[in-house]
Design a protein around this ligand. Structure first.
Ligand SMILES: [Zn+2]
Ligand SMILES: [Zn+2]
Length: 222
């Protein structure tokens, strides 16, 4: 699979270009302020993008949607429970002291797990609320293989977990999403978080201090 990751300031949020080596079809995940870099990667790989898929609707993950949609002319998908955040991107910006323009309306809400296909690959959608109500994880796999690569938004990070103090966030719900959805994947599953470096399910299962194996543990995320 073709995989390109880009991030720029101020949020250093990861945006992703995924592509099928054979058919050159692809998808964009979470285009933000780095959208020009993502579109350059699309061109460099001569990809034909089919969808723009969003893990959630916090400002840093959506500020490039309008530019990406204008350049690519493809539909944008989001979980419906995050549409109130998507439509309030300008207000999200005010809270953070940055200017953010409204983005074009979402084209479809994830109504089932998919998959959303690009060439030999598919992206399956798993609802993982907690960081926000409509957070999802995208599990990408190739035809004929059960292996998946996870794009988890801000639910899980290398050595940390997503914050839950923003509107619609809930700590217990986040821990349940991580334990009951993400940790169902095998240890060697590669995880691409919305910020920072990739990790694996096994590393986080063993060493992430905020998750723990005991459901009674109540560590607080910073
Ligand atoms: Zn977020
Ligand atoms: Zn983020």
């Amino acid at each position: 699979m073709i995989l390109e990751t880009r991030a720029v300031g101020p949020f250093f949020k990861n945006g992703f270009v995924l592509g099928c080596e054979e058919t050159r079809q692809g998808i964009l995940i979470d285009p933000g302020d780095e959208v020009a870099d993502l579109l350059a990667a699309v061109q460099a790989h001569e990809l034909s993008i089919r969808y723009i898929l969003l893990t959630h609707a916090h400002i840093d993950h959506i500020t490039g949607v309008g530019a990406a949609k204008k350049a690519l002319g493809v539909p944008v998908g989001l979980h419906q429970a995050d549409n109130f955040l998507y439509e309030a991107v300008a207000q999200q910006g005010l809270m953070l002291g940055v200017r953010a323009d409204p983005q074009p309306a979402v084209d479809f809400f994830y109504e089932d797990e998919g998959p959303w296909r690009f060439g030999q690959y598919g992206a399956w959608v798993y609802h993982t609320p907690g960081h926000c109500p409509g957070g999802v994880c995208l599990a990408v796999g190739r035809d004929g293989s059960t292996a998946r690569t996870l794009f988890v938004g801000d639910t899980l990070f290398a050595g940390s977990i997503g914050r839950t103090d923003l509107p619609g966030g809930d700590h217990a719900t986040l821990l349940r999403s991580i334990r009951e959805v993400l940790f169902k994947f095998p240890d060697d599953t590669v995880v691409h978080p919305g910020h920072g470096a990739p990790t694996t399910i096994g590393i986080e299962r063993r060493t992430n201090p905020f998750v723990g194996s005991d459901p009674g543990l109540e560590f607080r995320a910073r």
